[in-house]
Ligand binder design. Structure first.
Ligand code: HEC
Ligand code: HEC
Length: 218
């Protein structure tokens, strides 16, 4: 897609979208310099101790073996921090994660974020990639509000600063589930509705294709 259209889409998401999309707070986290500094000073050694209680589901090295449980290894510390705080504050809901997140102090949360960010991410595995998914990731679709995924998530799905997660090597079944939840609005902790607006434009087949693409990406 043309650069101009891409710029327009991004501008739309950044400026117009927040005003038109369903109201309701999306996250209690604001990326002030203080918050960024706080997360940055997270202690990975303390996080490693705390992470023993997560291993049963998220894997010993942060690589999940259960399809609908996300891997955490190599994820941005700021993203992990935000998601845990959102669960704790009921801004992202999941029966398995709410109580866990509520049991962690803000310092514990920063320590866990630091620990998981030091681990080696899952190496891409799995299924076939369709040209259609690749096109959505690299070019988006100018006829719908679908900017190319790479402009935010990075050329290899490695994530970008602060709240944009790494997707490469992530479990496809988890990615499908969470994209469906953005689409239905059940997951609504994305600031500026960035992911809800995009997921609403995607068909079930496209969601599946994109998830399979990122699962095998390195
Ligand atoms: C009983 C299993 C279980 C345990 C124990 C558990 N988790 Fe989870 N976790 C899950 C599942 C399932 C999800 C996906 C929930 C969803 O779809 O919202 C999840 C999601 C997450 C996410 C969101 C990841 C993303 O990509 O958005 C983070 C962060 C997380 N867990 C961290 C932790 C930490 C840290 C611990 C230990 C202190 C922990 N979890 C313990 C099952 C578990
Ligand atoms: C405008 C920037 C932007 C674009 C473009 C974008 N994303 Fe996102 N994405 C985000 C942000 C920010 C989050 C984290 C939101 C939150 O805190 O829940 C996110 C989260 C996600 C998640 C959740 C990951 C997890 O671990 O739970 C998935 C899956 C995802 N995006 C897939 C995509 C796909 C596929 C595309 C392209 C069709 C795309 N994104 C395009 C900004 C973007």
């Amino acid at each position: 897609m043309g650069l101009l259209i891409m710029k327009k889409l991004l501008l739309f998401l950044a400026l117009v979208a927040p005003a038109v999309v369903q109201a309701g707070s999306s996250s209690s986290i604001a990326w002030t310099p203080e918050t960024l500094k706080f997360v940055k000073q997270g202690n990975a050694d303390k996080g490693k101790e705390l992470a023993k209680s997560c291993a049963g589901c998220h894997g010993e090295q942060g690589i999940s073996v259960m399809p609908e449980t996300p891997s955490l290894a190599g994820q941005l510390a700021t993203y992990t921090y935000k998601q845990l705080r959102d669960y704790a504050k009921d801004q992202r809901r999941n029966p398995l994660m709410t109580a866990t997140a509520q049991g962690l102090s803000e310092q514990d949360t920063a320590d866990l974020g630091a620990w998981f960010s030091t681990l080696k991410p899952a190496t891409g595995s799995g299924s076939e990639v369709t040209a259609k998914s690749k096109k959505l990731i690299e070019e988006g679709d100018g006829k719908r509000i679908v900017p190319p995924c790479f402009v935010c998530h990075g050329a290899n799905g490695q994530g970008e600063k602060m709240d944009i997660p790494a997707l490469s090597g992530q479990k496809a079944d988890y990615l499908i589930k969470t994209l469906q939840e953005y689409k239905s609005g059940q997951r609504h902790n994305d600031v500026y509705s960035r992911m809800r607006l995009i997921a609403q434009q995607l068909s079930e087949a496209e969601i599946k294709g994109l998830a399979q693409y990122y699962e095998q990406a390195k």
